[in-house]
Design a protein around this ligand. Sequence first.
Ligand code: SAM
Length: 252
Amino acid sequence: MSVNAHAGAPADFGPLIAGATALGVPLTAQQLDRFARYRELLLAWNAHVNLTAITAPAEVVTRHFLDSLTCAAALPAAVREGGTALLDVGSGAGFPGLPLAIVFPNWHVTLLEATGKKVDFLAAVITALGLLNARALAGRAEEVAQRPGQRGAYDLVTARAVAALPTLLEYCCPFVGVGGRIVAPKKGDLATELASGARAAAMLGARLLDPVPVTLLSLDDGRVLLLARQERPCPPQYPRPQGAPTKRPLGG
Ligand code: SAM
């Protein structure tokens, strides 16, 4: 990476530049421009649409952009380098799916979000950044998973801050092809969640893999990537209709 690639980046992008390099995805000048424009749009829209509680510009860089990129730490080289189909469930303002779309231009990224105004934001960012490999999809996972062409259609499904692990797995597993993965960034004490998550995963045709700790200097607060692998097609009765995955979580 030449020094010039970083010359025009905002002064507070240092942790993003260093963190992405440590994750093995050094950023180009165009990618840094896109992150700068994304932050401008996020903070401007956030004045009238409830997108994020993180409003300090430097924290958007670490706690949204870099935190999203940590998902790459959990992926084999073949997934990083291939034409991976990624679904980000409950994408909100685009995390982690949109930063991953910026950094992996050969991926095909779908951002699924239930709230219409957030979908409008996602579509506006995708257009403003000229991202040809990303699209925003409106709907709830429970309903979209039953649409033709959606079941088992993705190599990788991410979900951050959407639900506890058993509910999150019920949202995500129906979308994952056999051999594909789920990556869920989390924080805090996860022992109970992992135990019920393991039972839920078995019901959904998946298996939990060893969690991957996030070790970046600027995100050194106990973050971890929870991982699952889809071992066989998810049974057709999942996800159950809206409400059931949260009110009666699997594996409880
Ligand atoms: N993933 C983003 C992040 O980490 O910043 C957003 C997190 S926000 C706390 C949870 C988002 O998930 C909300 O935008 C909500 O509308 C969406 N969501 C919750 N349940 C969903 C479902 N079943 N299907 C689709 N979106 C859902």
